[in-house]
Design a protein around this ligand. Structure first.
Ligand code: XMP
Length: 333
């Protein structure tokens, strides 16, 4: 990839004037790059891909084909929301692919975090290639790559040990015929949000918490099983619901549940009940390069613990991760 270094002269985008200047520049650059060809976009529904979608709709309209891949690792109701917002409300060219079995079959028994990330990243590209083959005139693949992804990849290229491989940067197969369109690759997360609002995206969408490309796959630690994944999805939905209700959703940058592949002994209905622990992580950051811990009121934690242990099959404990980045990364894998 070229032009992957942010020029020292590039001002931090903190207001609409700077955002609009950036948008105008990128709209022009994208039009120049793609001409009358079609562009495929990996639309996960997260902030990054949503902003890229809005930017590309502005630049090339219906030449943009959005593909939403449900890899079976989405949060609860997430794919349904993508279809509602982009397919119905924004009238985008949207293709929905349910690839749950494809991904989960490939991931079966794989416990190494980097292997999991690589499998998910590679399969993503395969799914897009399959979709592209069904379409005429697609020569480009758009991605919501942002600058922290690039920085970690540069470190890797320089021979330093990468912290983790981000699936939207690496792993493109040799025979891939797409050229990449990555209009926000020099932006930090806070800048992406300003650009999104300047593009007219709803506030809630632009300020929603980020969600990693490999999805719940890197939060269902070790070898993924369908039952533990289902428990994770439910526990995560409860955490999000409670954060919404008490106003923390607006305040905390990223919050989620992790479930390790261990069980402990508990008691339920007067019987031995072995279950997984649900680990809550809630962090604040501006650029995802470092992060601090949000102090959650105990009343909220008690409520969440109560609901998760009562409502989610297979979970018998709730724990809180108090580790800042560094030394812990935000995700566990
Ligand atoms: P870490 O775990 O490296 O995460 O501290 C920093 C931020 O990046 C998100 N993340 C990803 N985003 N593709 C993405 O687009 C990925 O593969 C990926 N992995 C982690 C993570 O959720 C956090 O916000």
């Amino acid at each position: 990839m070229e032009n992957n270094v942010r020029p020292a002269s590039m001002a931090r985008i903190t207001n609409f004037d700077l955002a609009n200047a950036f948008i105008d520049e990128q709209v022009e650059a994208v039009r120049q790059q793609v001409g009358d060809k079609k562009v495929l976009l990996a639309l996960s529904g997260g902030v990054d891909s949503s902003v890229v979608a809005a930017l590309l709709i502005k630049a090339i309209g219906k030449q943009l084909v959005c593909v939403h891949v449900n890899h079976g690792l989405m949060r609860k109701d997430e794919s349904e929301n993508v279809i509602k917002v982009f397919g119905q409300e924004m009238d985008a060219n949207l293709i929905y692919v349910d690839a749950t079995d494809r991904f989960l079959d490939l991931l079966k028994g794989v416990s190494d975090p980097e292997s999991k990330r690589k499998i998910i990243g590679k399969e993503f590209i395969e799914v897009f290639a399959d979709e592209a083959r069904k379409l005429e005139g697609v020569e480009f693949l758009a991605q919501g790559t942002i600058y922290p992804d690039i920085l970690e990849s540069i470190k890797q290229a320089e021979g330093k040990k990468a912290v983790k491989s981000h699936h939207n940067v690496g792993g493109l197969p040799e025979d891939l015929k797409f050229s990449l369109v990555e209009p926000i690759k020099l932006l930090f997360k806070d800048e992406v949000r300003v650009v999104g609002e300047a593009l007219g995206l709803p506030h809630a969408m632009v300020y929603r918490q980020p969600f990693p490309g490999p999805g719940l796959g890197v939060r269902c630690l070790g070898a993924i099983t369908r039952d533990r994944l289902a428990a994770l999805r439910e526990a995560d939905a409860i955490l999000r619901d409670e954060f919404d209700k008490c106003g923390l959703a607006e305040k905390v940058w990223q919050y989620f549940v992790v479930i390790p592949d261990i069980k402990s002994v508990g008691v339920k209905d007067e019987s031995r009940y072995e279950g997984w622990p649900a680990i809550i992580r809630a962090v604040n950051t501006t650029d995802a390069m470092s992060a601090t811990i949000e102090e959650i009121p105990y009343a909220v934690l008690h409520k969440i613990t109560d609901r998760i242990t009562k409502e989610v099959e297979g979970i018998n404990r709730v724990l809180m991760d108090l580790t800042p980045k560094p030394v812990g990364t935000i995700e566990w894998e």
